[in-house]
Design a protein around this ligand. Structure first.
Ligand SMILES: [Zn+2]
Length: 343
């Protein structure tokens, strides 16, 4: 497929630039088999001259997720894989089960930190995740809420219980970041953009340079009056200081207003949906640090197809250069979950 050969070569070269440590998880035959299944589905999408997506940010609920609906829109919209982090269970076993049932579609992921088991007992939560990583069955860790304002639908429902703080520069934070560095498995953080919160995150990134951190929701600023520092230039400075830091692009639509503050919160977009020039320049300058994602959760299931087709594809992927598009759609996620560049 000549149309992306150059992109693939560049990806391979880019990933060689980092001296990553060896993984604590050996590449067992069953891991190789999982990776081969994902590769087959990606290659079949590329073979149709379409750009596959690997979605690393998605929350599965056994009671609420309509799996056949999800798999239907994955097929329709060329989502190659979804990393389903399970919420509301004692562990991530269901995520492995999904992968065993549909090997090409799902990536075994430790539990989502978006429910009380995380914020009430984060230490015990991470003990479960550690035991899971040691089995070699898991390839990613879910989203961990360190600072989380109620989402738009939670705010509308008066769900103030979803106003979450777990101090990131704490033994809990150290445990999570160190685990990612040790196993070389990526993890996601939800961390609101606020001046007062940035020094603690920077301290963690400095203490754990080998951690594979995905800071979710690039440029999603809920309260603009609490932020004077975060900007494309600030994110560039973080990227240049911290080789393991990545960002996902699961953000609201260009016109979305966060009701509690009245602010238009997806600051990477102009109101007309164009990516702000400085953000676009950053994506093109550091294409190996960003990835699309859906932030699927059951309450927004019905809007997922248009979210993927319009927001992730039309507003983001379609505006990128070809090399960047392939990295941001699946190349970077592939490197993070498999430990090797897509080739
Ligand atoms: Zn989040």
């Amino acid at each position: 497929m000549h149309f992306n050969r150059r992109a693939l070569l560049t990806m391979a070269t880019a990933s060689l630039a980092y001296p990553w440590p060896a993984r604590a998880i050996p590449n067992s035959p069953s891991r190789a088999k999982s990776i081969a299944a994902w590769r087959r589905r990606i290659e079949s999408i590329l073979g149709k001259r379409r750009v596959p997506i690997i979605d690393l940010q998605a929350t599965y609920s056994a009671k609420q997720t309509n799996l056949s609906k999800v798999m239907a829109y994955m097929d329709e919209l060329d989502v190659a894989q979804t990393a389903f982090a399970v919420a509301g269970e004692q562990d991530g076993a269901l995520s492995v089960e999904l992968h065993r049932k549909y090997p090409e579609y799902f990536i075994p992921t430790t539990s989502s930190g978006e429910f009380p088991r995380w914020w009430n007992s984060p230490d015990a939560f991470l003990d479960v995740s550690r035991a899971e990583l040691q089995t070699g069955d898991f390839f990613a860790m879910g989203e961990h809420e360190f600072r989380h304002y109620p989402s738009p639908e939670q705010a509308a429902a008066g769900r103030l219980d979803r106003d979450i703080t777990v101090p990131i520069d704490s033994p809990i934070g150290d445990k999570l970041f160190a685990m990612s560095a040790e196993f070389q498995v990526p993890f996601q953080i939800h961390y609101e953009i606020e001046d007062a919160l940035l020094p603690a995150l920077e301290a963690m990134l400095e203490r754990h340079p080998k951690a594979l951190t995905i800071w979710c929701h690039l440029g999603l600023v809920r309260y603009p009056n609490r932020n004077t520092r975060y900007s494309p230039a600030y994110v560039r400075s973080l990227i240049e200081r911290f080789p393991g830091l990545h960002f996902d692009l699961a953000v609201s639509g260009p016109k979305s207003v966060y009701t509690p503050s009245g602010a238009r919160d997806a600051t990477i977009f102009e109101p007309n949906g164009k990516i702000v020039d400085a953000w676009l320049a950053l994506l093109e300058q550091h294409p190996d640090r960003f990835m699309v994602a859906t932030d699927y959760r059951p309450p927004v299931e019905n809007s997922m197809p248009s979210y993927i087709a319009n927001l992730q594809r039309k507003f983001i992927l379609d505006t990128l250069s070809e090399r960047t598009r392939h990295l941001v759609a699946y190349g970077n996620a592939w490197r993070l979950i498999t430990g090797s560049a897509w080739s």
